[in-house]
Design a binder for this molecule. Structure first.
Ligand SMILES: *Cc1c(COP(=O)(O)O)cnc(C)c1O
Length: 358
């Protein structure tokens, strides 16, 4: 397999290339000691005997080593962030010059890519997905023809939020071959998908970043733990520019605990996927549901006759779903997360009762 190499150094912003990272007392220390008087911490822990008085490992070495085993990716290829959101923001800061550079998103997709572009004063180019929500390769080709030197980031969400479908690995490969900057594949929902992960392309493309999260399948949205997998040069940059203690001690502990329950997580994922398919089949029969899109995630997207009204009538019964009707190609669409058996049942009964009202 031939490797496409990328001049990562050259893609980086000048100030990032030369940055001197903050070196904390804890990142300089490795080895064993008994008396820690180097970080101005309190010697007492008021929360219990949990070490909450101490700064956490800034490099998250133990956790990274477990993630490395689980995903079969060497530690040097792993960055851990305060949610995947942190990795997305840092990628902008590392690669996109404010007021000069551009990023590419493929709508309808996750809104955070655009929010962080705006925050970093980076122009966003939209390359609409096809009607069936796949990557429109000719459109991407067209886009990269104009001023490729300012195109720094492209975001592919697969399985895609809010549409639920996974992108074809072959399409992702084509984008990697076309795009001059960093290609980010956000796999927040990959645990629910049968399709092959883009992690399998890491060995071939140095400008690929794959994002994963513990917020969905791993049940740890509250802890804020996102992962970026990429070439060590990209990982080093992200590590150099992150907040020194970006993952709190409690978050690192919670993550280790969740990762130790792989079987329970896998069982739950299987249950959610089964419920998803059952719910999809059931709501498809409702007269006001025009279409249920195929899903490789833990949610389904439905096209309905009136999304606003449906959301509002369900809200009156204490059930919240996500209205996506204003998203491109999503007129009349709502996104429904798969919950517990009881929650799904309650939703379905409520939706059945709305027959004739919509
Ligand atoms: C939920 C979600 C995430 C997760 O973000 P975290 O910051 O890790 O919680 C990432 N990407 C997409 C597309 C999502 O829907």
């Amino acid at each position: 397999m031939s490797k496409r190499s990328t001049n990562i150094e050259q893609l980086l912003r000048e100030n990032i290339r030369t940055i001197v990272p903050y070196s904390s007392a804890r990142s300089e220390f490795s080895g064993s000691a008994e008396v820690f008087l180097d970080a101005n911490e309190n010697y007492r822990d008021f929360v219990g005997d949990l070490g909450r008085n101490r700064y956490p490992d800034p490099l998250q070495r133990e956790l990274k080593s477990e993630i490395s085993d689980l995903f079969q990716v060497p530690k040097e290829h792993i960055f851990l962030g305060n949610g995947s959101d942190e990795a997305i923001d840092l990628l902008y800061r590392a690669f996109a010059r404010p007021g000069v550079d551009r990023s590419v998103v493929l709508p309808p997709t996750y809104g955070v890519y655009t929010v962080f572009a705006d925050l970093n004063d980076v122009t966003v180019e939209s390359c609409l997905l096809t009607e069936e929500f796949h990557i429109d390769i000719p459109r991407v080709k067209e886009l990269v023809r104009k001023q490729p030197e300012t195109l720094k980031l492209l975001f592919i969400c697969s399985p895609n939020n809010p549409t639920g479908n996974a992108m074809e690995l072959e399409d992702i490969r084509q984008v990697l071959e076309l795009f001059p900057g960093i290609v980010v594949v956000d796999e927040a929902y990959q645990d629910f998908s049968e399709k092959q992960s883009a992690l399998s392309l890491l060995g071939e493309f140095e400008h690929l970043v794959v994002l994963r999260t513990l917020s969905k399948a791993w049940g740890l949205a509250s802890a804020r733990l996102g992962m970026a997998f990429a070439d060590p040069r990209i990982i080093n940059v992200l590590t150099n520019i992150k907040y020194p203690y970006n993952i709190s001690g409690p978050a690192q502990e919670a993550a280790k605990q969740a990762l130790s329950q792989r079987e329970q997580v896998q069982e739950t994922v299987t249950r959610i996927v089964d419920s998803r398919d059952e719910l999809a089949a059931a709501v498809e029969k409702l007269s006001y549901v025009k279409r249920v899109y195929p899903s490789s995630a833990n949610f389904i997207l439905l096209k309905t006759t009136n999304a606003d009204e449906l959301c509002s009538l369900l809200r009156d019964q204490g059930i919240i779903i996500r209205n996506r009707t204003t998203q491109p190609l999503c007129k009349g669409c709502v996104r429904i997360t798969i919950g517990s058996t009881q929650e799904n049942h309650r939703l379905l009964e409520a939706m059945k009762a709305l027959e004739g009202q919509l």
